[in-house]
Every structure is written in structure tokens, then in C-alpha cells.
Design a protein around this ligand. Structure first.
Ligand SMILES: N[C@@H](CCC(=O)N[C@@H](CS)C(=O)NCC(=O)O)C(=O)O
Length: 123
């Protein structure tokens, strides 16, 4: 049986290096978690496709089934699920996100990523 939502999600995930399924858009997020992730990726100059799940209930449910992850936002890099807001925040602050992006050939602003880490240092 075909599943149009699954096919649309699959095309976005496989057709873009970085995809963020979020509530709202990168320029107008409609949830704090989505806003946080879109904001840090934008600040780091990571090119990504934003998919607004609030525009389509089937995508909103479909992305949870696709990843087997219950919440939004959800980030994918080169077809692989990376995580939601908590995981992405942790990866940015630890430098793991830099490594993942570099390993996957995704260009971004490394100095901006360092600034994020510097600004969030806790001693
Ligand atoms: N701890 C989560 C926070 C995200 C979250 O709790 N999202 C909720 C509220 S925006 C959600 O997607 N709920 C299901 C829904 O609204 O469809 C993360 O790390 O991403």
C-alpha cells in the first residue's frame, strides 16, 4: 500500500543534505524547541530545508512514524536521523555537530559554532 506522507518525507530526507522537520518555518518558528534548533543552525550558517509539520497533519504524524521518534523538531543529515532539540543542543555544545557536518561534507561557519560554545560555557 502506498503512503503519500511517507513518500513525501522520504523524498525530503533523501533529497536534501540537511532537513529540519519543525513547527513553523525557519524564519517564523511556532514552537520554542523548533525555534532553538532552527536558530542555532541558521547562526552556524548550516544550509537546511525546513519542513513545517503544522502545515500538514499527515506529515506531523508521518515523521514520528518514519523516525520512530515521538516529538518535533527532528533533524536529518544525509538521510540519517540525528535527533530533536535536546540532542542537537548537546551535539552543538560538545562539538559533535561540527564533526557530523564535516564528515558529511556539509559546509557551515565553524567560527560561529565556536562562538555558540564559548557563549554557553559553564565553569
Ligand atoms: N525534548 C524534546 C522537545 C520537543 C517536544 O517536546 N516537542 C513536543 C511539543 S512541540 C511535540 O513535538 N509534541 C508532539 C506534537 O506536537 O505533535 C526535544 O528534545 O526535541
Amino acid at each position: 500500500m502506498t503512503n503519500p506522507a511517507h513518500d513525501l518525507i522520504d523524498a525530503d530526507v533523501k533529497g536534501n543534505d540537511v532537513v529540519l522537520f519543525m513547527k513553523g518555518t525557519a524564519s517564523m518558528p511556532q514552537c520554542g524547541f523548533s525555534s532553538r534548533v532552527a536558530g542555532v543552525l541558521t547562526y552556524m550558517n548550516v544550509p537546511f530545508k525546513d519542513v513545517n509539520v503544522l502545515a500538514n497533519d499527515e506529515i506531523r504524524q508521518g515523521i514520528k512514524d518514519y523516525s520512530d521518534w515521538p516529538t518535533i523538531p527532528q533533524m536529518y543529515v544525509k538521510g540519517e536521523f540525528v535527533g530533536g532539540c535536546d540532542i542537537i543542543t548537546e551535539m552543538v555544545l560538545s562539538g559533535e555537530m561540527d564533526t557530523l557536518l564535516k564528515e558529511n561534507g556539509v559546509a557551515f561557519d565553524e567560527e560561529a559554532a565556536s562562538r555558540v560554545r564559548e557563549a554557553n560555557k559553564q565553569d
